[in-house]
Design a protein around this ligand. Structure first.
Ligand SMILES: NC(=O)c1ccc[n+]([C@@H]2O[C@H](COP(=O)([O-])OP(=O)(O)OC[C@H]3O[C@@H](n4cnc5c(N)ncnc54)[C@H](O)[C@@H]3O)[C@@H](O)[C@H]2O)c1
Length: 671
């Protein structure tokens, strides 16, 4: 029997859990380790966690591994099974390099590898792709067994995965998905933040975020595109028709994981972006990457640089190293008009360093946080009140402020800031979904369609970019006025996509398209594959979309019939996609807004040039988008009603229940 040391990549994959105990290597020096997790388990529960972990391994190793895993649990709050991380390099290899009986299974291996690539993943040693906790697997044993199953599966089997755990291969059929993924699905009463800590530590569930646990992450390109579309549409709301954003100000905060996309997006949208960041390291990182043009740490210099940019109608992004509240207040005193205002500090975790209070340096804040968390909390709340007071002042002069899905308005209201509207229910300001992405994109079916060229060749990506441009251009000429701007924005995006150098890891691309656009682009790819012009392509999307996600404060926040607290749409979506041709499907609890706050689902579909693939893509993409439009139209969205009626005209087999709209005068004096 071969020892792992003498095996090649394919043999190692096929082997699964190795026959010989691998050596325990030291932790890689340059790796970004996941934060230590809460020590939340009782002693009995800790024993249960060890018992759970050991069930992946033969008894002969139990004594040694029990001690090792207990140490991992003590040191990191989780058992990652570091010893079992394979020695080969993990990255999205060309699809033919994977050992597989099924091409679809090979495509899934490629996508798993992309999510765990050192260049892509946030904490690769802990199998975390993004968001601090977005896991692909809970531990390396799950990874090894999953890859082994994928290497042996045929097109007549389906792998069922429970939060990273490969439950097993079950007989199914050629038309069934090859993999069904669930992440973090809990009995509703056990879905609070601490429940994640506990059940994840026990090794029985995980936080899949959106594209981490569904193998569909493509690096920062997705967030840059989404932010660009948001900023472009926000300017459209505030500027007279035909006026460009050049020389107009977008003021925001945060240059971290996702927020760091803001200046890059501002440049693509063509405005002056001022993005405050309190942590000099985070600001410098984005500057070194070329995602922000100018670094300034002095308010006087900032003011004169901004005035100059306004005078010259510049397109420029400026990182201000300091607190964003200082910028809002100083611009107020200087009478600098802000066209767009937002915020992407991490207010979903306000008390643990997500938001830094004004009038304190970064170091002072961190010290206070560690020594006196209650005093830190008070400082944060006082800062939020000041922050909002200045925003209100700017808004009274005409600034358009929107919440960027980071719980800014929620936490500001909890801090007692003047942010609640006169009806005492709503906030004074909209969220970016309520005002921008919901009515302008999702309700028309526009959402984050993405694809990966499995050959790994840049030429293939270039060819697919061109195919997408040709399709969208052709559709633009025939499309109704309501959706022309969205089409145009995405044509502009894709034309510049290569130049923006957003590819990290696999050769991937994202754009927003509606059901018709997604289907036409995918069908054209499939044809190009059949003709040998390009290799196989995986299509998919992220979960921040029309139909896949029920999230009352984000994706479905513009559904106003009371149903935004239900999750039927996401469940129908995953079931509907699964029998219409998806290669894999996933459904998660969690995502950007928190455990228990959202149910979101996704899919992947391998295009291999076959007639069957064409059949699958048409059937599945149609449902994947129109399910959400139907639900949004039932929620009385005018835009969705327009879109679903148009779709019914195009597709006679589609029959959707349309709401009757009640006159306001009927709803008076009834109670
Ligand atoms: N809805 C969406 O599509 C969407 C997209 C991106 C981010 N978000 C939300 O935005 C938030 C940020 O995400 P992230 O991944 O960038 O988080 P992150 O923690 O990596 O970055 C936030 C940054 O804000 C900085 N910061 C905190 N307080 C500050 C202050 N007062 N002044 C200046 N800088 C300050 C921090 O130093 C940090 O670098 C999260 O809450 C996330 O959920 C939502």
């Amino acid at each position: 029997m071969l020892n792992s040391l003498h095996m090649n990549f394919k043999e190692e994959i096929v082997q699964g859990i190795p026959n010989d105990l691998p050596t325990l290597n030291t932790y890689p020096k340059d790796a970004n380790r996941a934060p230590k997790r809460k020590d939340i388990l009782s002693e009995d529960e800790k024993y249960l966690a060890i018992r759970n972990a050991l069930r992946y391994f033969p008894e002969k190793w139990h004594v040694l591994l029990a001690k090792e895993f207990a140490q991992e649990l003590k040191d990191f709050g989780r058992i990652y099974m570091y010893r079992f991380k394979p020695s080969y390099k993990i990255y999205a290899r060309p699809i033919d390099e994977y050992p597989a009986q099924s091409k679809q299974a090979a495509a899934i291996m490629l996508m798993i590898h992309n999510n765990l690539d050192n260049a892509v993943a946030q904490h690769p040693e802990e199998l975390i792709t993004y968001g601090g906790n977005g896991a692909v697997f809970q531990n390396w044993a799950q990874y090894l067994i999953t890859m082994q199953y994928l290497s042996m599966m045929t097109d007549g089997q389906t792998l069922h995965m429970y939060s990273g755990h490969p439950m097993g291969l079950f007989p199914s059929s050629k038309s069934a998905p090859r993999v069904v993924v669930t992440n973090g699905m809990m009995i509703p009463n056990y879905s609070k933040a601490n429940d994640w800590e506990k059940f994840n530590a026990l090794g029985v569930t995980q936080y899949g975020q959106m594209t981490a646990g569904s193998f569909m992450y493509i690096g920062p390109q997705g967030i840059v595109h989404g932010t660009t579309i948001t900023v472009m549409n926000a300017f459209r709301k505030v500027l007279p028709k035909g006026e460009t954003p050049a020389g107009k100000i977008f003021l925001t905060a945060g240059l971290g994981g996702m927020s760091g996309a803001q200046p890059k997006a501002g440049n693509i949208a063509g405005c002056i972006t001022i993005c405050a960041e309190i942590n000099p390291k985070a600001a410098n990182k984005r500057y070194d990457q070329g995602w922000v043009d100018v670094l300034i740490d002095d308010l006087n210099i900032l003011v004169s640089r901004v005035k100059m940019a306004q005078d010259n109608n510049e397109i420029v992004s400026i990182a201000f190293i300091g607190n964003v509240v200082d910028v809002w207040e100083r611009f107020e005193n200087e009478n600098i008009f802000i066209h767009l205002g937002s915020d992407q500090t991490s207010l979903h975790i306000p008390w643990t360093g997500g938001y830094y209070p004004v009038d304190m340096s970064y170091e002072e804040s961190n010290l206070l946080l560690s020594q006196d968390p209650d005093a830190f909390k008070e400082k944060v709340q006082a800062s939020l009140r000041r922050h909002v007071a200045s925003i209100n002042h700017h808004a009274s002069r005409g600034t358009y402020f929107f919440d960027y899905g980071n719980a800014f308005l929620l936490e500001a209201s909890r801090a007692g800031a003047d942010v609640v509207s006169t009806n005492k229910i709503d906030f004074k300001y909209p969220s970016y979904i309520q005002d921008i992405l919901g009515p302008m994109c999702f309700d028309y079916g526009f959402g984050p369609f993405r694809w990966v060229c499995t050959s790994g060749k840049m030429e293939d990506l270039d060819k697919t970019d061109q195919i997408a441009i040709d399709i969208l251009q052709d559709m633009l000429e025939k499309s109704p006025e309501e959706i022309q701007l969205q089409m145009q924005d995405n044509i502009t995006w894709i034309r510049n996509a290569k130049e923006n150098k957003m590819v990290v890891g696999s050769q991937a691309r994202i754009l927003y398209a509606d059901a018709e656009g997604r289907s036409k682009i995918a069908a054209a790819f499939n044809k190009a594959i059949a003709s040998g012009i390009i290799g196989e392509v995986v299509i998919g999307r992220d979960h921040h979309d029309v139909s896949g996600t029920d999230s009352p404060y984000r994706e479905t926040s513009n559904v106003y019939d009371g149903s935004k607290y239900t999750a039927d749409m996401a469940i129908h979506n995953v079931i509907g996609d699964s029998f219409r041709g998806a290669t894999w499907v996933s459904i998660h609890n969690g995502g950007g807004v928190g455990w228990g706050e959202v149910i979101n689902g996704g899919f992947g579909l391998l295009l291999d040039g076959s007639n069957e693939a064409e059949e699958r893509l048409k059937n599945m993409l149609f449902y994947d988008v129109n399910n959400g439009i139907a639900r949004r139209s039932w929620g009385r969205s005018e835009e969705a009603l327009f879109a679903i009626k148009r779709e019914m005209e195009r597709t006679p087999a589609l029959k959707v229940t349309i709401p009757f709209i009640v006159e306001n005068s009927v709803l008076k004096n009834l109670f």
